[in-house]
Write a protein that binds this ligand. Structure first.
Ligand code: BGC
Length: 884
């Protein structure tokens, strides 16, 4: 039932399936309104509003570690009929089966339909599941091991519910603008931090035998106008989704970077996004899919569309889409761009058999790659209701049966969730060791709605689409149902009571008189405030997914001011999906401590209590900048369409200069910089050593050679009579089938475009061997990009009195006039006993030292001098060395 909310906003006119639409719009946006010249890097000044076509779509080869999965997949697909292959590629329609997305089954071979299920924080739309800390919290841990452990735990919960594909993790949005509604689902605006933790999460999920789906590819940086239909529900009249206009350098050095890491780590599926990239939809953009993802990055898994992110049949197939979800053109339309239309398009030769076979092999190879042949269990939940009995086919109301077995899949994950919650809490300020508290404070007062519970219950708002009570999770499809939510109010009260202390709390932010009274009596006042955001289909307080600003919600600032005016030991705790403005809190003497706790999941209260009372020594670092003013970020979201009724345009003219890189370039001091975070102990940095491994003089070999010709698997009978609806089929209304309703292909297609092949892009049907790309050659790109050129070590000493964790960070100045002052390239979270030292060790790879060369279409190390820095944040870099 909760689900009805998600897409109720999207109902609009039915788009007819088009069989001939090109993957790329060729209409350039008038450059008068898109001044490329302001792009910070002149080398990047291609016409970013146009996406160059690239065909044919690269076929999977079983490269790298994919060989054995491909061998099995080829053997499987070779046995399939045309309609069985089509079934693999097409979802059965919105709410036609039990998961948020399912493709067709192949009963003849015992292959059940695959279950694709949200979300990046757990198993969505079910019960007896855990709710993990959000991606942004994982970023704040700067901890590879925790990222992997969380991925594995989530993957295991999905596995036990019967999921085949977990729809996560997220590296798009990256976080170009701080208000981005879904930034919290991802990690950080820094591509290296995101890339490393994204890849670790993928490997964790897949180690549990579930396919991870890295999303949303690519440049999905805002919720506003991501879909024309959704925009219409808010009263905007636009024909097409927003276009992210990105130059080639920015694409490579920023937005593509983490996806390269995930592909290298073996991510078995990727979801293309709703937005357009340079005026071509991300799910039919032959440049981003064929050239970048499947060419340069040599991605071997399958590309699935975001739900309703497909906009053409032939166009998307030739541009490299492998699986359409949820399968219908618009929810419950009963029609599909693929399904029967794909059957027709293969039979009439518009889509070559090799392209269909490639889709099928990629899907089945992903399934084998993670071991689904061994780990798959029957689906035991239903996304559309928690009722035990209900309809197998929810929308059609057919097949009444047992649909929810309420399997408890949580295991001992609460401990890990609590641990990540505290490991991701950033200590921003701690005057005179105000923290940790002893628990023996005479009178403890807690303030703020953000400390308490949602009066509707933790799951009271569908898909968490409200900001009531403490922010344990933000809203949208990236959510999951809480099994419970430990509030800060409860956890702190338990703490105080166990010490026979006095505890009072006020969770109405507007109870001014009561707040004044309590604040003036408290020996310590802990004030909680938040800022929420989410996915575009839900608007909360006028925030249509994206935040309207970066101030605190629900009068949080007034609350903090009122309390801190009367209590000189005020501790501020912020829960937020991204950066917020902190006013003068860093210099206000009555505010003795500030903590950022992000979006911590079900154990929220226990995690913050662990930090407040010193059971855990904070070691987290800010995964973004907390600037003094909104303008300091230098980027903005587009809130009002800027191109008449045509697709809104968002030129990414800031290039690679987002977050700390923007402030560094402008010479602006933030409140707290990227990478910053205190501990209850102190650390010193010394003894930087740089060991040359391969060094910079070695050669980097551009990949040459060519692919084998496109393979086909099995033969496809060309008799249309074979593909008619089987006489014995029990037809489920609105279900998408691969079958034809006529032996005449034109009649079966039922499209006015039928027979017009003018939009089939040149070269798109070519099956002959194709040149490899110089920056390609293996999953993740040219393997020599990952060669280690230098190894850096430094000594980190715990100079305080207690054990603690520190995250030394390695930054590099690439030295060119268009390079950021410094860029993060590596980090390691170390645990160090008091009075002892640990060695920080970090590799520097060829990619770490390279820029994208738009002419060579390859990475290259420039001749500018390279300086490396090691320190405790992007601005505290005491150790430095020059690379020769
Ligand atoms: C979201 C995806 C999600 C899908 C299925 C879309 O609206 O953008 O992230 O996986 O729905 O729920």
């Amino acid at each position: 039932m909760m689900w009805l909310a998600q897409f109720a906003l999207l109902v609009t006119s039915l788009v007819q399936p088009s069989l001939q639409q090109d993957g790329n719009s060729t209409a350039p946006f008038p450059s008068a309104t898109y001044p490329n010249a302001t792009s910070p890097n002149p080398a990047a000044s291609v016409d970013a509003s146009f996406s160059p076509p690239y065909y044919p779509s690269p076929w999977g080869t079983g490269a790298g570690e994919w060989a054995s999965a491909y061998a099995k997949a080829k053997a499987f697909v070779s046995q399939l009929t045309l309609t069985e292959k089509v079934n693999l590629t097409t979802g059965v329609g919105w709410q036609s089966e039990r998961c948020v997305g399912q493709n067709g089954a192949i009963p003849r071979l015992g292959f059940r339909s695959m279950c694709l299920q949200d979300s990046p924080v757990g198993v969505r739309d079910t019960d007896y599941n855990s709710v993990f800390p959000a991606g942004v919290n994982v970023a704040a841990t700067f901890d590879r091991g925790l990222a992997y452990a969380r991925g594995q735990a989530m993957g295991s919960e999905h596995q036990m519910k019967g999921t085949d594909v977990q729809l996560g993790p997220v590296a798009g949005p990256l976080g170009r603008a701080p208000e981005g509604g879904r930034n919290w689902e991802g990690f950080s605006p820094d591509p290296v931090l995101t890339g490393i933790l994204f890849a670790q999460t993928v490997q964790g999920i897949q180690s549990a035998g579930v396919i991870a789906c890295g999303k949303h590819y690519i440049a999905n940086e805002q919720e506003h106008f991501r879909q024309a239909t959704e925009a219409a529900s808010y009263g905007y009249d636009i024909s097409d989704a927003v276009s992210a206009n990105i130059d080639d350098v920015t694409m490579h050095e920023l937005y593509l970077w983490p996806f390269a890491d995930a592909v290298r780590a073996g991510v078995a599926s990727i979801m293309c996004s709703y937005n357009q990239v340079n005026n071509s939809y991300a799910c039919q953009n032959s440049h981003t899919i064929n050239y970048l993802l499947k060419g340069e990055l040599d991605f071997q898994g399958f590309l699935v569309s975001d739900w309703q992110g497909q906009h053409s049949g032939v166009g998307s197939a030739l541009a490299g889409l492998d699986l359409t979800m949820p399968g219908d053109t618009l929810f419950n339309s009963g029609q599909s761009y693929w399904g029967p239309n794909l059957t027709v398009a293969v039979l009439n030769g518009t889509i070559p058999q090799w392209r269909l076979d490639d889709m099928a092999v990629r899907i089945i190879a992903a399934w084998y790659y993670v071991g689904r042949d061994k780990t798959s269990i029957p689906i035991n939940f239903d996304s559309w209701t928690l009722d035990t009995y209900g309809y197998q086919h929810f929308f059609a109301k057919e097949g009444y049966t047992l649909i929810n077995e309420h399997v408890d899949v949580r295991q001992e994950h609460a401990n890990l969730i609590r641990q990540i919650g505290s490991a991701s809490t950033v200590l921003l300020k701690n005057t005179n060791n105000a923290l940790p508290l002893t628990g023996k404070e005479r009178s403890t007062a807690v303030f703020g709605e953000d400390a308490g519970s949602n009066p509707y219950g933790p799951n009271g708002c569908p898909d968490r689409g409200c900001d009531n009570g403490t922010l344990g999770m933000a809203w949208g499809s990236g959510s999951a149902n809480f099994p419970y939510l430990v509030t800060p109010e409860t956890a702190i009260q338990n703490e105080v009571l166990s010490n026979h202390g006095v505890f009072q709390s006020i969770t109405n932010d507007y109870a001014a008189m009561q707040i004044q009274q309590l604040a003036s009596q408290a020996s310590v006042a802990i004030v909680f405030a938040n800022a929420d955001s989410g996915e575009g289909y839900i608007s909360v307080d006028g925030n249509e997914g994206d935040r309207n600003n970066i101030t605190l919600w629900k009068g949080g600032d007034v609350l903090i001011q009122n309390v801190s005016a009367l209590c000189n030991n005020t501790i501020v705790v912020i829960h937020s999906t991204g950066p917020v403005l902190l006013g003068n809190y860093s210099s206000n003497p009555n505010i003795t401590a500030i903590l950022w706790a992000g979006v911590p999941g079900e154990q929220s209260g226990n995690s913050i209590a662990d930090i407040l009372y010193g059971r855990v020594n904070p070691g987290a670092k800010l995964p973004f900048t907390l600037a003094e003013t909104r303008e300091d970020y230098g980027t903005d979201l587009l809130y009002i369409p800027n191109n008449g009724k045509a697709a809104p345009q968002t030129p990414f003219t800031e290039g690679v200069f987002i977050d700390y890189r923007a402030l560094d370039r402008a010479g602006v001091t933030p409140a707290y910089e990227f990478g910053y975070g205190l501990s209850y102990t102190t650390f010193s940095y010394s003894n930087l050593q740089v060991k040359t491994i391969l060094g910079m003089n070695g050669t980097y070999t551009p990949t040459t050679g060519s692919t084998p010709p496109a393979p086909t698997y099995g033969t496809i009978a060309n008799n249309t009579a074979d593909y008619q609806f089987p006489a014995n089929l029990t037809y489920v209304p609105y279900y998408i089938y691969p079958y034809l309703n006529s032996t005449d292909l034109k009649t079966a297609a039922n499209s006015s475009d039928y027979g017009d092949n003018s939009d089939v892009p040149p070269n798109s049907q070519n099956s002959s061997s194709q040149p490899l790309l110089p920056a390609g050659g293996a999953p993740g790109g040219n393997p020599e990009l990952y060669d280690v050129l230098y190894e850096v070590t430094a000594t980190i000493t715990n100079t305080g009195g207690i054990a603690g964790e520190e995250v030394p960070q390695l930054y590099i100045s690439l030295g060119g006039p268009y390079d950021p002052k410094v860029v993060l390239r590596n980090f390691e979270r170390l645990s160090i006993q008091p009075g002892t030292s640990a060695t920080f060790t970090a590799d520097i790879t060829r990619r770490d030292l390279s820029n994208w060369d738009t002419v060579a279409q390859n990475w290259a190390i420039s001749s500018y001098p390279k300086t490396i820095y090691v320190g405790s944040s992007s601005r505290k870099l005491p150790l430095t060395a020059t690379l020769s």
